[in-house]
Design a protein around this ligand. Structure first.
Ligand SMILES: O=C1O[C@H](COP(=O)(O)O)[C@@H](O)[C@H](O)[C@H]1O
Length: 237
């Protein structure tokens, strides 16, 4: 384990060990919340990296009926689209013991994320924040949630003093239009995890921490340099 400023890195030999460790950690957080407050709230990322973590977490024994799960971001595609983060969560996390959890989607069925923003905002506003845990991922371009380089609402999304809970996001590298929780909303959490794998992402994170990424300006920098919430990076090759 290594700690640098606000960031602690936990390294694992492989994806299975990483997924098991993070699932146990997050389950412990949810259990503590259920004991203390009778409910728990979790926000998770989509993409490919969290698949094994979801499969492990779904089998953890806890009072899932009192757990609400939402997404940190969503691709603006229908729930049955292969690119849908909601589809991933439904097929891997909302299974087994965790099938009793309540899922709060960001996608609303509106034609565009801009059209769906008000409803998505209402859904997030209705959650009993702070989150008990937020699980972020990261792309090879340094995006996290849907904070994409060149995103049309990137500055607003990263503004720590901003009041928007949810924003639409369009960016050259984003594939499809997106919707994302804002950084200050993601930081309203009792625990923040960044789940990443591969040498390329490890090197990118090292560059950000050393301040060597200024030319690329990776959006994940905003998460790693903020001082509100400690960041636990879970990494495997
Ligand atoms: O598009 C997205 O990508 C990131 C990273 O995904 P990965 O496939 O590299 O693990 C993910 O964290 C985000 O939720 C998702 O919308």
């Amino acid at each position: 384990m290594t700690t640098h400023l606000n960031v602690t890195t936990h390294s694992f030999t492989d994806g299975h060990a990483q997924a098991v460790a993070l699932a146990e950690r997050v389950a412990a957080r949810l259990r503590a919340a259920l004991i203390e407050r009778g409910r728990a709230v979790l926000a998770v990322s989509g993409g490919s990296t969290p698949k094994e973590f979801f499969a492990c977490l779904a089998r953890e024994a806890l009072d899932w009926a009192n757990v609400q799960i939402t997404l940190v971001d969503e691709r603006w595609v229908p729930d049955n689209d292969e690119r849908s983060n909601a589809k991933l969560v439904k097929s891997l996390l909302l299974q087994h013991a965790a099938s009793a959890a309540q899922f709060v989607p960001l996608y609303t069925g509106a034609p565009t994320p801009e059209d769906g923003l008000a409803i998505a905002n209402t859904r997030i506003d209705a959650l009993p924040l702070p989150f008990d845990a937020v699980i972020l991922g990261m792309g090879d371009d340094g995006h996290t949630a849907s904070f994409f380089p060149g995103g049309d609402h990137l500055a607003e999304a990263l503004d720590l003093d901003g009041h928007a809970r949810v924003l639409s996001m369009r960016a050259p590298g984003a594939g499809e239009p997106r919707i994302t929780l804002s950084l200050p909303t993601l930081l309203e959490t009792r625990a923040l995890y960044l789940l990443v794998s591969g040498e390329k992402k490890r090197d990118l994170l090292a560059d950000v921490r050393l301040g060597l990424d200024v030319a690329q300006n990776y959006p994940v920098r905003a998460v790693l340099t903020q001082q509100r919430v400690p960041v636990a990076v879970y990494w495997c090759p």
